[in-house]
Design a protein around this ligand. Structure first.
Ligand SMILES: Nc1ncnc2c1ncn2[C@@H]1O[C@H](COP(=O)(O)OP(=O)(O)O)[C@@H](O)[C@H]1O
Ligand SMILES: [Mg+2]
Length: 359
């Protein structure tokens, strides 16, 4: 009882805390805080076996409470990331993409550097983009790129697809999308990736009432996310950019619209080498094989590798002797695979690039 009666007024408590610790506290919080500091003084003095004094208790308590607050905050964020299914991606993925692939240079200059060389970016008033869209034919490596970005930035990677967002019913897509975007907008160091984006933000001219409301919601969410001054990225990908709502593609929504097309020879070689590094290979004429894969996407190359590995595996099983993947194996299998890219697809992609690309 005596303690409570002798407790200083809120204003006096604020002055005491300021004097002892240099921290300014609102009077309405100061009295409660001062009581805790006095309790802390008793506990600390008990522990040490002498009176530690008000100044030491005040400083110790305030420093600890700040640390506690921060760790609570971190813990909350980690819980949130877990709920979102966030993963950490290895930075090596970046190395599997050839420097000669146009999107790599764009991503490096426009996204990675402004987020990593922050002083220089600030000096030149360069603000990192916050919302990106990748487009291009299927299997060209759009998802791979997004993972590579998360990996090289050492950020969390959160992937959502329309089917995830509709897991509890088609009519829940809009609300689930809003929730995920709101959560991510509170977090730093996160890449939020939305795949098959045309299913979320298709043209409103062709859409049903529900689809329209989702596109509208998304149009609202992008500026909301960008307004928060956080270190996070929204990246969307689509194989069908023509199906997207025109309003989304206008400047002000996505900061960059980046095409991901076919591979050049160097790009094909790097992917091939990557997969051959854990294949049981003999003599391989790289030059020859690379030249035969001009219309192959990374997905097609991955499939080709699976096929040649299977051939070697089956041969060894039957013949009971070491069987190697050689140029010959490739020459037999390549004609059996029809690559994703055709003249028509490539021409359409070129037209889309002219019309939509922006970075
Ligand atoms: N540069 C690359 N190196 C190795 N594998 C790649 C590369 N780019 C893509 N792949 C692989 O090719 C497949 C298709 O790529 P993906 O990113 O899913 O294409 P998209 O998202 O454009 O449909 C994936 O299994 C991916 O791991
Ligand atoms: Mg993909």
């Amino acid at each position: 009882m005596a303690n409570i009666i002798s407790l200083p007024t809120p204003e006096e408590c604020a002055i005491l805390i300021l004097g002892y610790s240099g921290h300014t506290v609102e009077p309405d919080k100061a009295q409660d805080l001062w009581q805790k500091i006095i309790q802390h003084k008793w506990v600390l003095s008990e522990k040490i076996g002498r009176d530690v004094g008000s100044k030491v208790s005040c400083l110790d308590f305030i420093e600890n409470i700040e640390a506690v607050d921060q760790s609570l905050h971190d813990e909350e964020n980690i819980q949130l990331l877990r709920k979102l299914g966030a993963i950490m991606v290895t930075p090596d993925i970046w190395e599997t993409i050839s420097e000669s692939q146009p999107p790599k240079a764009i991503v490096n200059k426009r996204i990675i550097l402004p987020f990593t060389v922050t002083d220089l970016a600030q000096k030149h008033g360069v603000k990192p983009p916050r919302a990106l869209l990748f487009f291009g034919p299927p299997g060209t490596g759009k998802t791979h790129f997004v993972r590579a970005i998360a990996g090289i930035l050492h950020w969390w990677y959160v992937e959502v697809s329309p089917s995830d967002l509709m897991a509890d019913g088609q009519d829940r897509l809009g609300i689930n999308l809003k929730r995920v975007m709101e959560k991510v907008s509170e977090l730093d160091n996160v890449v939020l990736f939305i795949d098959e984006f045309e299913e979320i933000a298709g043209s409103r001219d062709l859409a049903s009432r529900i689809d329209k409301s989702i596109t509208n919601e998304f149009l609202k969410q992008i500026p909301f996310l960008k307004k928060r001054n956080r270190r996070n990225l929204l990246i969307c990908a689509t194989n069908y950019i023509r199906q997207l709502d025109a309003a989304l593609l206008r400047p002000g929504r996505f900061d960059c619209i980046i095409p991901v097309g076919g591979l050049d020879a160097q790009g094909r070689r790097i992917i091939l080498e990557h997969y051959l590094s854990d294949t049981n290979t003999g003599e391989i004429d790289m030059e020859k094989i690379v030249s035969m894969l001009s219309m192959f996407t990374p997905a097609d190359i991955e499939y080709l590798i699976q096929r040649v590995r299977q051939v070697a595996f089956e041969s060894e099983y039957e013949e009971k002797k070491n069987c190697l993947v050689t140029t010959e194996t490739f020459l037999n299998i390549i004609p059996e695979i029809s690559p994703t890219l055709t003249q028509e697809i490539t021409e359409e992609f070129e037209l889309d690039c002219e019309k939509f690309k922006r970075f």
